[in-house]
Write a protein that binds this ligand. Structure first.
Ligand SMILES: Cc1cc2nc3c(=O)[nH]c(=O)nc-3n(C[C@H](O)[C@H](O)[C@H](O)COP(=O)(O)O)c2cc1C
Length: 322
């Protein structure tokens, strides 16, 4: 066989190997997508009209929250529909009775739902006005000055070089609390934040993530953001966990930044088996989905950060007005 033939065969062999690996990648996408679907089917709540079939406390809570929030939203409209709220109210009556029987129910949820029902009753039976009850006036807020806005947003960067000092848990706690101001679908707030400050725990857990190898041993605080899959329902909400969880994670990073704490989000772009490993290692229950890890701490003096150039706003903004 000539050298040219051998070269061609080698090329064909390399091409075949590429195609096989690509086919395996695609097969993995199917496998993981099916596993994602299985998790959603296993843990999600039944949808509105089927919600009597939901058995877990948090699944019933999802429906109650959705329904009391529907009433609150209705009462916050300038002109609520004449007979709005009948279906949510009927479901609430039924679900609250069931929910309160469960030993691990949340009394705050019962209280929110009961006051929404009372507000709806008042609206229909007596006053037809929406002041008070389950609605409120927003806190007045004066916009920040241009320079402050610019400085705050443009100074956040992903930090991969932390100072050798612990991170005060009070700062993390405050950030976790401030980030609770994030919006969530029907106010379900499915979030969880798992914080680790022990170097041995950080090393053990960060090792399961593939984007921190160069700075793992300098991370003062490792955070895992989760959402509870039981608080979502139906095919339409199959991706909602990632949206709500991502919103909370971003707010958390802004809240850390506002307090002078540096951070770096650490992707959780992994197969389901790796999430199982992390849950086992971190003591996170199986019904929680992992959204992202976040490394947090004080920045080392004189540190450098990746340039991370940005797209122009014109590439991102599509508007019918100039
Ligand atoms: C969800 C998410 C996952 C990320 N994962 C990693 C990671 O694993 N390792 C890392 O060094 N940076 C990670 N980053 C940081 C990005 O590289 C960084 O946000 C991006 O380059 C923009 O730079 P900036 O954050 O400094 O503005 C992640 C960011 C996001 C939003």
């Amino acid at each position: 066989m000539g050298t040219e033939d051998q070269g061609l065969r080698r090329l064909a062999g390399a091409r075949l190997r590429l195609n096989v690996r690509h086919a395996l990648d695609r097969a993995a996408i199917w496998r993981e997508t099916i596993a994602d679907g299985r998790r959603h089917i296993r843990y999600s709540a039944a949808t509105d009209s089927r919600s009597a079939l939901s058995a877990q406390t948090r699944q019933i809570e999802a429906q109650i929250t959705k329904d009391y929030h529907r009433i609150e939203k209705g009462l916050a409209l300038r002109s609520p529909r004449e007979n709005f709220g009948a279906a949510p109210a009927a479901r609430l009556d039924r679900d609250l009775a069931r929910y309160q029987q469960l030993p691990d129910h949340d009394p705050a949820v019962v209280s929110h739902a009961s006051s929404a029902l009372a507000g709806l009753h008042q609206w229909h039976e007596h006053t037809r006005h929406t002041d008070g009850g389950p609605t409120k006036f927003p806190v007045a807020w004066a916009p920040l000055g241009d320079a402050e806005v610019e400085a705050f947003f443009r100074s956040r960067v992903s930090v991969r070089d932390f100072a050798d000092e612990p991170l005060d848990m009070a700062l993390v706690r405050r950030a976790a609390d401030l980030a609770l101001s994030s919006p969530s679908v029907c106010n379900r707030q499915a979030w969880g934040l798992w914080s680790f400050s022990e170097p041995a725990d950080i090393a053990r857990l960060a090792e399961l993530q593939n984007g921190n190898a160069g700075f793992r041993d300098q991370i003062p605080c490792l955070i895992v953001v989760t959402v509870d899959a039981q608080l979502f329902a139906g095919a339409g909400e199959r991706n909602q966990r990632w949206i709500d969880g991502g919103l909370y994670a971003m707010s958390l990073v802004w809240a850390l930044h506002a307090q002078g704490v540096a951070s770096c989000m650490l992707n959780w772009s992994v197969a389901n088996a790796q999430s199982r490993r992390l849950r086992a290692a971190a003591g996170i229950p199986d019904h929680l989905d992992v959204i992202t890890m976040i490394a947090a701490g004080h920045p080392r003096e004189g540190l450098r950060v990746a340039r991370s150039p940005r797209r122009s706003v014109d590439e991102v903004l599509h508007s019918d007005r100039s």
